[in-house]
Design a protein around this ligand. Structure first.
Ligand SMILES: O=C(O)C1=C[C@@H](OP(=O)(O)O)[C@@H](O)[C@H](O)C1
Ligand SMILES: C=C(OP(=O)(O)O)C(=O)O
Length: 409
């Protein structure tokens, strides 16, 4: 499906309810499979969470998790400890190009049985469950925090718990902290001191209801929309809290530089454009703690015509697509001048955006959603717009409710 976004100058001051965080949901779904005493509210309606839920209740031998990175990594650890069970875990063509060796090596070192079915280091993998894994492991922490969260999530189910020594320069650290918070919330004793994570064993937990906060990465597209809007435009989003477990909550701070003020009231945030607060460019940001908002920020800067230099982007090439390469190609179609390295993106200031360009999305939900806010500046098309369902199935209808004019063909 291709979507045409017509240039829209005036938005309605809408209130939007955003689905639960897919990162929190996928952690809690796995924990719920291990500890059925827990109840989860505001579960994400994303494809990635649906696939995670189905996989956890499936009795089939072959499980396909499509494009969901967290599901692939978390379930590798989960099935590694399901005694007497053999599972073939696979995913989409792109998932079969996303590395998993660091996690598999770590699991094998503590006694798990996992073999590669096609290429060494990549899904599909065959897992033979074994509950008695050892209690100490070391792992390279510089490629994906999902490997570490995967180990943390099974740690308390091992006979002696799990101590994880993190090696090298850590990346996406807030996601490790999120896992730690959720473990503690359900009553597991865990800590993260220096580069060592310790998880104590626990058989049963006290029944508890946990409410997932809405997804901050999804909120980023509304930050971008408000940043590209006229003064006094405001949008209210729910349900959010000030002391979030999600690293992407840093948006509230980052977007002040683009003239977006955030007010927290009860469980909502209101974003308001006040350009008197705009910061003088260039915008320089290290996004190694929040890689999922890099595309949003790069497009906001382009829409505002401001120079930016984004670093800490070394993980972007192994996500749904090579996001740095995709950003460069699509921004340049619109008239931008972009330089990329393996870990950085530099955007030069420009004062013109080409009209009527069709943006390719590379099967990456964030490519579609990051470019959509440009409708405040120009008319554009988004190809394969249905990709948004990976994290935010209601994205296009929420945009319509804001008054953005959309047609499908
Ligand atoms: O643990 C998680 O929920 C996630 C961790 C991050 O991945 P990396 O640690 O691979 O950067 C992030 O990009 C992804 O969308 C979700
Ligand atoms: C990278 C992402 O997801 P995953 O790694 O879970 O596929 C994302 O949602 O941006």
């Amino acid at each position: 499906m291709t979507i045409k976004l017509h240039q829209t100058d005036q938005l309605t001051n809408a209130a939007i309810e955003i689905t639960g965080s897919k990162s929190e949901t996928n952690r809690l779904l796995l924990l719920q499979a291990l500890y059925p005493e827990i109840e989860i509210a505001n579960v994400s309606n994303s494809d990635d969470s649906i696939v995670m839920k189905q996989a956890l209740s499936s009795h089939k031998k072959e499980i396909d998790i499509h494009h969901a990175g967290t599901a692939m990594r978390f379930l590798t650890a989960y099935f590694a400890i399901q005694n007497q069970r053999e599972v073939l875990l696979t995913g989409s063509k792109r998932m079969q190009e996303r590395p998993i060796k660091i996690l598999v090596d770590a699991l094998q070192r503590i006694g798990a049985y996992i073999t590669y079915q096609k290429e060494i280091g990549y899904p599909p993998i065959l897992i033979k469950g074994e509950q008695n894994l050892k209690s100490k492991v070391h792992i390279d922490a510089g490629v994906s925090s999902q490997y570490i969260s995967a180990l943390m999530l099974i740690g308390s189910s091992l006979p002696k718990g799990l101590t994880i020594h993190l090696e090298g320069k850590l990346t996406s650290v807030p996601y490790i902290q999120m896992t730690l918070h959720l473990l503690k919330d359900i009553g597991i004793t865990a800590n993260f001191i220096d580069n060592t994570i310790t998880i104590q064993p626990k058989q049963v937990v006290t029944p508890k209801r946990l409410v997932v906060e809405s997804d901050w990465s999804s909120a980023s597209y509304f930050y971008s929309i408000v940043a590209l809007s006229k003064d006094n435009t405001s949008i209210t989003l729910s349900s959010y809290k000030k002391d979030s477990y999600q690293g992407d909550a840093v948006l509230a701070k980052i977007y002040t530089a683009f003239g977006v003020q955030t007010t927290f009231t009860n469980e909502s945030i209101t974003l308001k454009k006040e350009s008197k607060h705009l910061v003088k460019p260039p915008i320089e940001l290290d996004l190694s703690d929040s890689p999922d908002i890099a595309q949003t920020i790069a497009v906001t800067c382009f829409g505002l015509g401001v120079e930016c230099h984004l670093t800490g982007l070394h993980t972007l090439k192994i996500k749904e697509t090579d996001r740095l390469a995709a950003l460069k190609i699509e921004l340049e179609k619109l008239g931008a001048i972009v330089d990329i390295t393996t870990e950085a993106l530099h955007l030069q200031p420009t004062d013109h955006i080409l009209d009527g360009i069709a943006i390719d999305t590379y099967q990456d939900h964030r490519m579609a959603m990051a470019f959509a806010p440009l409708a405040l500046k120009t008319g554009l098309q988004i190809n394969e717009a249905e990709v948004v369902s990976k994290s935010y199935p209601d994205f296009w209808s929420d945009l319509k409710n804001l008054g953005i004019k959309i047609s499908e063909f």
